[in-house]
Design a protein. Structure first.
Length: 361
């Protein structure tokens, strides 16, 4: 692990937040409204409480890491050299495919909302080209980029949602009764799925600078991301209602098309599209960086950059092999992708870390 490629704990958590804005904005509010109806705005706080469990576990496990060790090294120590490397290789292969899905879904989202007569190929190629360049660079550079962009992204989302506030109707949000409880819980699962993806970024935690006895400074990324999820769901659902929020392909994007800022209808959607593109690029670049870091740990080589081109190429192949338009991708996003993802983030990775802790490795 190169001494020049170091970042702070705060930078890692900011990178987490900016990256996970991409899938969070993509799935909401539809993913929660399908289950919870008009009570879906209560699902993000429930998801936040649920995600606190794996967060606490990973923090406890990371205290056992030696300087320069990331999640892969911890897992290899806990499961043994053979078992740990097989486990990490499986995670790397899954994330390679997931990178392809990110590129394809980002392209389809742009086609559905901005370029309806275009094709996904050029968007996928550009995204993967940028991700190849990003992934080949230093980890701290991507983290610093996220750190610069984060306040801008939050400010833009806040202004857009605040401008939608006058159109919110309470009848679309209330009443909420005890009978809505199961729906709220199921509506929290897609949000919980996004929040638990933080575990993948901990494969980069070997780059985090050690502060000695000082408590590491972190950005409260999880509560902030849950707050964004709550706000997007609340204002979109409150404005459009349950039926439109479920039936529209990108309900949040439809919400902002007629937003008035200072009493004037502006092309606010161009700003939101810019947010999508930025977060998608950072998320995909981070995923490719994570995969190359895992392969570095598995193979024992000194530099991970050698694994970036093949990872980007395989993710590109996956992106082109995934067939269907935006609605087909939505079905992937609703079923297969969350199932595999939570298999890793809720069962396999926490299980591996528990074994590491129990074995006092």
């Amino acid at each position: 692990m190169g001494k020049t490629d170091r970042l702070s704990e705060r930078q890692l958590t900011v990178l987490l937040f900016v990256s996970l804005l991409s899938p969070m904005i993509r799935i909401l509010p539809t993913a929660a409204v399908v289950f919870a109806g008009r009570a879906a705005w209560l699902s993000p706080p429930v998801a936040l409480a649920m995600a606190g469990v794996p967060l606490a576990l990973t923090r406890a496990a990371r205290r056992r890491a030696n300087p320069g060790e990331g999640l892969a090294e911890l897992i290899i120590r806990g499961l043994g050299k053979v078992g740990g490397r097989i486990f990490c290789a499986a995670a790397a292969l899954w994330l390679t495919f997931y990178g392809g899905f990110i590129a394809r879904s980002a392209a389809e989202r742009l086609l559905a909302t901005v370029y309806p007569n275009g094709g996904p190929g050029i968007f996928i190629a550009v995204m993967l080209g940028v991700a190849l360049i990003t992934g080949s660079g230093l980890t701290k550079n991507l983290a610093r980029t996220a750190e610069v962009l984060m306040p801008v992204l939050v400010a833009v989302i806040a202004v857009v949602l605040f401008s939608a506030a006058p159109d919110v109707e309470t009848v679309n949000l209330l009443p909420v009764t005890l009978r809505d409880g199961p729906g709220i819980l199921f509506g929290a699962l897609p949000i919980f799925n996004v929040l638990t993806a933080f575990e993948y970024f901990l494969f980069l935690s070997g780059h985090v600078e050690q502060n000695g006895a000082k408590k590491p400074r972190r950005f409260p990324w999880m509560p902030t991301l849950a707050a964004v999820a709550l706000a997007v769901t609340f204002f979109t659902l409150g404005t459009l209602g349950e039926a439109l929020s479920v039936s529209m392909e990108n309900a949040f994007f439809m919400l902002i098309r007629n937003i008035r800022i200072f009493g004037v209808v502006e092309r606010v959607e161009s700003v939101v599209v810019a947010i999508w593109i930025v977060t998608d690029f950072i998320f995909l670049g981070a995923v490719i960086m994570v995969v190359s870091e895992i392969w570095r740990s598995v193979t024992g080589v000194k530099r991970r950059q050698a694994f970036v081109p093949p990872t980007a190429a395989l993710s590109g192949a996956a992106a082109f092999l995934i067939t269907g338009g935006a609605f087909e991708l939505q079905r992937w996003s609703d079923t297969l992708i969350p199932a595999i993802n939570m298999s890793f983030t809720v069962i396999l990775i926490p299980g591996a870390l528990l074994i590491t802790m129990l074995r006092k490795k």
